[in-house]
Design a protein around this ligand. Structure first.
Ligand code: DGJ
Length: 423
């Protein structure tokens, strides 16, 4: 507690109710008839926005160029706040809402870089995703912001652009680009971005990789792949080898959806990703240059259906916080500890405490990072998704604490500050 300047905590439940009112959801909860009306509206929207092969019109794509002064969101705003206020619209230093969702933070030479997916434009649900509420906006690429105090963020623009003129390209706006994470390869002096790239129906389930000479990009896209073709996991059993999905993808490569990267103290990097149709997570060691899997991986959290992994190391142990699989809807976070990234992992339960802890404070984790120079200061980054208005999704950043056994604990704060100086 000493290391962080916490501000008032007036209760997440009130915030939650306020949000329901603000989003216009309270009347919908109170009047079931209106719910029916909204679902009819959604079906109509589905029908008009999709065709039989689940593609959308290219006319809805926008061309984004790498431009340090490009404004990715033109809504005018007031001056940014002096604290982190989870769930409240977070404005950049130009007064525009920060647009960097499902992302992560890289600390490099005293500067924090926040990368995330750009959610902009109309939310719609393609017919192929209607059964599970898989709303989307057209893929717009990956944005980047910079900060020295974790509160004031300067927009550096789009660092990995969508590719609107090539329908088969992974970064075409009809595709899915999610959860970008950037790590630094010190020896090669390269910034390496991994992300989940997918087809509109999420069936491709691949990892995409891009590289840059500067943290501010531009990133050059290198391509995508399914992981570990023809390789069994290090902890495979004879019965695993008969597993319908694991054995199926042994041939063409294992699926990878929600993902994160973790760099260990020895410079080894790992990708954690939801695999096997999201039922089981895989942990893949990356090659020495961080550009591909090294061919060594483990199955972890078998049949636990976990998404949104975030990993950190503390006191020589590895910790993971992830979610259940409920689409854009929030659920209870899970935490786990291990002595090695490959496991075995021991689950520690929900790290969130207090009101709305069973729905991760109406959010889903995306990344955890340590604040260098501060003892035990870790930040839990999460997204408050707005399923039917994705562009209005918010950020829930909270400081992490640890109980006497070292178990991560996350409590709601209306407002807090990491206490870093902004020279
Ligand atoms: C849940 C995942 O955690 C998100 O990254 C995203 O893929 C949504 N599902 C899509 O509905």
């Amino acid at each position: 507690m000493r290391m962080w300047n916490f501000f008032s905590s007036r209760g997440v439940f009130r915030t939650y109710l306020t949000n329901l009112v603000r989003d216009g959801l309270l009347p919908l909860l109170l009047i079931p008839g209106l719910l029916l009306g909204e679902s009819t509206l959604r079906q109509a929207e589905t029908a008009s926005m999709t065709s039989a092969n689940c593609k959308i019109s290219e006319k809805s794509c926008r061309v984004w160029k790498h431009d340090a002064h490009h404004r990715i969101n033109c809504r005018p705003g007031s001056i940014p706040a002096a604290t982190i206020r989870p769930g409240v619209v977070w404005k950049d230093t130009d007064g525009n809402p920060i647009n960097a969702h499902g992302g992560g933070v890289l600390h490099h030479q005293g500067v924090y870089y926040w990368y995330g997916m750009v959610l902009e434009g109309r939310t719609y649900v393609p017919a192929c995703n209607a059964s599970w509420g898989g709303t989307r906006v057209v893929a717009n690429g990956v944005s980047c912001y910079r900060s020295v105090d974790l509160i004031h963020w300067q927009n550096l623009g789009i660092v990995l652009s969508a590719v609107p003129d090539q329908p088969d390209h992974d970064l075409h706006c009809d595709k899915v680009i999610e959860r970008p994470k950037v790590i630094y390869h010190a020896k090669n002096r390269k910034f390496v971005m991994w992300m989940h790239v997918d087809s509109i129906d999420y069936k491709a389930a691949k990892s995409g990789v891009a590289i840059a000479d500067s943290p501010a990009g531009p990133f050059q896209y290198l391509g995508s792949f399914r992981s570990n073709v023809g390789i069994w996991p290090t902890n495979v059993t004879d019965s695993d080898k008969k597993d319908r999905i694991l054995a199926r993808d042994f041939v063409g490569g294992q699926m990878a959806r929600d993902m994160t990267l973790f760099v260990d103290d020895d410079g080894k990097a790992y990708q954690f990703y939801a695999s096997e149709e999201n039922t089981t997570m895989h942990v893949s060691l990356l090659s020495d240059d961080y550009l591909k899997p090294a061919g060594k991986f483990a199955r972890v959290f078998v049949n636990r259906s976990m998404e949104a992994p975030a990993v950190f190391k503390r006191g020589g142990k590895y910790y993971l916080i992830a979610s259940d699989c409920t689409g854009w809807k929030p659920n209870a976070a899970r935490s786990a500890v291990a002595d090695h990234p490959f496991g075995p992992w021991k689950e520690l339960g929900n790290p969130c405490v207090g009101d709305a802890s069973e729905i991760t404070f109406d959010a889903q984790g995306t990344h955890i990072f340590r604040v260098p120079g501060k003892m035990d200061a870790f930040v839990f980054m999460a997204d408050r998704w707005k399923q039917w208005n994705l562009a209005d999704s918010r950020y829930v950043w909270l400081p992490m604490q640890f109980d006497a056994q070292g178990k991560p604990v996350i409590r709601w704060r209306d407002e807090w500050s990491p206490g870093l100086k902004n020279p």
